[in-house]
Design a protein around this ligand. Structure first.
Ligand code: HEC
Ligand code: HEC
Length: 386
């Protein structure tokens, strides 16, 4: 739990630095940045996050795939159409868009301090953004989608900066980053990402306003089913859910992820356009990430970052490839699929997480009622209750 708060503190620190100094270095911030509050940067970040003009077809914003009304995930996807369409119609990435909420709490991508002591099925790496951690932090992540041909499809940083310079909120950008804010393309591009990251770290995105948060504050009593589900969820013998989907005594320590990487044997989704285009397609997750050492590839094959479960009721379909339509099916994955090793080419049998009893054919032994209780508990994680 300690590394998490450190990561958050670093993010805030880096945002502050970027605000004052232009982030990428050498920017002329006009000398008035000390009067700029974080709130202003958050407001600017919100405008950038929702601006559909910042895509080649003027039809796609970050919010198109990370819609606040849909738990900051893509409302348009389903098991049969599991990945988001890009700004150019008919183009698709190969992963199901995760929520952008609570991502700001991830520590920067790096090695786990006690990597030598963890079992082989744990990863040597933790943190970062994207399901394979290939962006070190939120600022680096936000630089990606604008230029990704399968997403917002702009041709260069300069093109994106020019769009912001012509936007009706260009004056806000100058107010936050100084009179010379548009002078240097790479500094300006870095600051666009910085403002978006500030918005993503704001209380508007990370609301901590669920029934579960009210329960932690003593102002909501879990129903009998929710309580049974909670007890099961944190049971280190029966389900081990909280080993990876961390729960603490406070909202900030209950992010429902430890920001680490595991292979939980997710089967492939035959409806993934990447597979339909090339049926030898396999998503190796962290094992294929540009961010890790070549010698670690095999050991990290099939591992994906543990997703937060906050707002998970709203973010179907589930898993990196959207293979499960409902939370009920997803819980069944842990109970049955893995124990029976539902092997597809995407499942790397060698390093399935020890927590899952893989290969023992034992399963978690949950009853229908247990699974329903787990689902009811996870539905208490939806923001907006208070
Ligand atoms: C076309 C849909 C699409 C658009 C547009 C898009 N994203 Fe994403 N986003 C995704 C997908 C898919 C992933 C996961 C990709 C991966 O892991 O390789 C993702 C991952 C992320 C993550 C990482 C979350 C995590 O837990 O690792 C963040 C944060 C994020 N996006 C923010 C943004 C921002 C900011 C923008 C706008 C600059 C944006 N996205 C635009 C689809 C989209
Ligand atoms: C060993 C670590 C680990 C354990 C234990 C674990 N999970 Fe997960 N969970 C993950 C990882 C990793 C993923 C993402 C896998 C992927 O994308 O293929 C995930 C995905 C999920 C998802 C889908 C979330 C989404 O947004 O797609 C749900 C729901 C979930 N887990 C619930 C549970 C429940 C309930 C339990 C206990 C029965 C549990 N998990 C136990 C690591 C774990």
């Amino acid at each position: 739990m300690e590394f998490r708060s450190v990561g958050f503190a670093l993010l805030i620190a880096s945002l502050t630095v970027s605000c004052g100094g232009g982030g990428g270095g050498g920017g002329d911030d006009g000398g008035n940045s000390s009067t700029n509050t974080t709130t202003t940067m958050v407001e600017l970040g919100r405008k950038l996050f929702f601006d559909t003009n910042l895509s080649s077809g003027s039809n796609q914003a970050c919010a198109s795939c990370h819609d606040p009304d849909n738990g900051f995930a893509d409302p348009r996807v389903s098991v049969t159409a599991p990945v988001s369409e890009g700004s150019v119609g008919g183009t698709f990435g190969d992963r199901n868009a995760p929520t952008a909420a609570y991502a700001s709490f991830a520590p920067s991508f790096g090695l786990v301090a006690d990597a030598d002591q963890t079992p082989e099925t744990d990863s040597k790496y933790q943190g970062g953004q994207f399901l394979d951690g290939r962006a070190v932090d939120l600022i680096e992540q936000a630089k990606g989608p604008f230029l990704n041909p399968l997403e917002m499809n702009n041709s260069s940083e300069a093109e994106v900066v020019a769009m912001v310079q012509n936007a009706d909120y260009a004056s806000d950008f100058i107010a936050v980053f100084g009179a010379g804010a548009f002078n240097d393309t790479s500094v300006a591009y870095h600051n666009i990402a910085t403002a978006i990251a500030a918005f993503e770290a704001s209380s508007e995105v990370n609301q901590f306003s669920s029934k579960f948060d009210a329960y932690l504050a003593g102002s909501y009593t879990l129903t009998a089913s929710e309580q049974r589900g909670f007890d099961l969820f944190v049971d280190a013998e029966a389900t081990k859910c909280a080993n990876c989907h961390t729960v603490g005594d406070t909202p900030e320590t209950s992010l429902f992820t430890n920001f680490r990487y595991y292979n939980i044997g997710t089967p492939m989704n035959l409806n993934n356009p990447a597979y339909l285009a090339d049926n030898s397609f396999v998503d190796d997750g962290l094992g294929a990430s540009s961010a890790i050492a070549e010698s670690d590839r095999n050991g990290e094959r099939g591992k994906f970052k543990v997703p937060t479960l906050r707002n998970v009721e709203l973010t179907a379909p589930y898993m990196h490839n959207g293979v499960y339509a409902t939370l009920e099916e997803t819980v069944l994955h842990y109970d049955i699929q893995v124990a029976n090793l539902f092997i597809t080419p995407e499942v790397n049998e060698a390093n399935i997480a020890a927590e899952l009893n893989a290969g023992t054919f034992v399963g978690l032994g949950l009853s229908d009622q247990d699974r329903a209780d787990l689902v009811n508990f996870m539905k208490t994680l939806t923001d907006g209750y208070f």
